[in-house]
Design a protein around this ligand. Structure first.
Ligand code: ZN
Length: 322
């Protein structure tokens, strides 16, 4: 009984009145079903009052009321305000805390700041600064010992069944990512490592050239808005597929040109495009390999050019297909 009252006290201190939160929950469910989203002056999705309360004014939805707390379907959680992918379903776990819990973010997607309360660490969307919740360490829930406690209303869930995945390697991943993430319909483009012998490698390890990994980019996209063929064309048009184990000044097997296909259709599409280039006289060295596990690169490699406000030096767009 005492525990119940303590918990009730904590929740009543931390949270908003039930009526507001119930309304927030309903609105957020309705929002995910909308097809077209109205945009604000910043180009972000227009927020309802309840969304604004949490996302802009750093409020907290009432525990156990959010529509994503008990969602364990496979997919991606994107920022409600700017649609940037924040979390993968792989990192979601059951904490019984009353809010969606994740033990890791998509690298580079989440910003940490000391909370105004002087104790906790606030987490925000790295792109739009929308408030997500707080992050806690040392609770022992999972091996990563980290809990991102996120308001459901700060996110939109996109089920994996609605998305498709593609993985491309074309030299320095900063440049590959730069072009792919700008495609309408691409929800996430993540720099990482693939095709080597070490699990969860570091940048230092793959640069040694001994692990066999390629720098690559994993893309999740909405097939209703773009296609594998469109992405693969862009891939070939933004690097030189005739250079073996290098792109311009970047030399080494980590910079090789390689498509890591996820199914036979992707392989056939890649073969078709390579044939077109070969018919035009390009000596394509791009390898086609069935994709093994993709490992996210460290946070400082994500969105590199956009964060630095620079453009890629070795990934210049050049039209190659009609
Ligand atoms: Zn955002």
């Amino acid at each position: 009984m005492r525990i119940f009252f303590s918990l009730a006290l904590i929740f009543s201190l931390a949270c908003q009145p039930a009526a507001v939160e119930k309304a927030a929950e309903k609105k957020s469910t309705a929002k995910t079903q909308k097809v077209t989203k109205e945009k604000d002056k910043m180009g972000y999705n227009k927020l309802t009052k309840e969304e604004e309360y949490v996302i802009v004014h750093k409020g907290t939805e009432r525990a156990f009321t959010g529509n994503l707390t008990d969602n364990y379907a496979r997919g991606i959680y994107v920022c409600r305000r700017c649609d940037t992918p924040l979390y993968r379903s792989d990192s979601k776990f059951k904490s019984n805390c009353g809010w969606p819990s994740f033990d890791d973010e998509i690298q580079g997607a989440v910003k940490r700041l000391p909370d105004a309360d002087g104790r906790r660490v606030e987490i925000l969307c790295n792109k739009c600064d929308g408030h997500l919740g707080h992050v806690f360490h040392g609770e022992g829930f999972t091996e990563k010992n980290t809990r991102h406690c996120v308001n459901s209303i700060s996110m939109t869930f996109i089920p994996e069944t609605k998305l498709e995945r593609a993985i491309f390697a074309s030299g320095c991943f900063w440049g590959t990512e730069y072009h792919l993430e700008k495609v309408d319909g691409v929800l996430s483009a993540t720099s990482g490592y693939i095709g080597g012998s070490v699990k969860n490698p570091t940048y230092k390890q793959i640069c040694s050239g001994t692990t066999g990994h390629a720098e690559a980019v994993e893309v999740f996209y909405d097939p209703a808005k773009t296609s594998y063929e469109a992405l693969a064309k862009l891939y070939f048009e933004t690097h030189d597929p005739s250079q073996l184990n290098r792109q311009g000044p970047d030399i080494g097997t980590q910079y090789r040109s390689e498509i890591f296909y996820l199914n036979d259709d992707q392989k056939k599409t890649a073969e078709k495009l390579i044939k077109i280039l070969e018919d035009k006289g390009v000596k394509v060295v791009t390898k086609l390999t069935k994709a093994p596990k993709f490992w996210d690169a460290e946070a400082y490699h994500q969105n590199y050019y956009d964060l630095k406000g620079k453009k890629p030096y070795c990934h210049i767009y050049q039209k190659k297909f009609d």
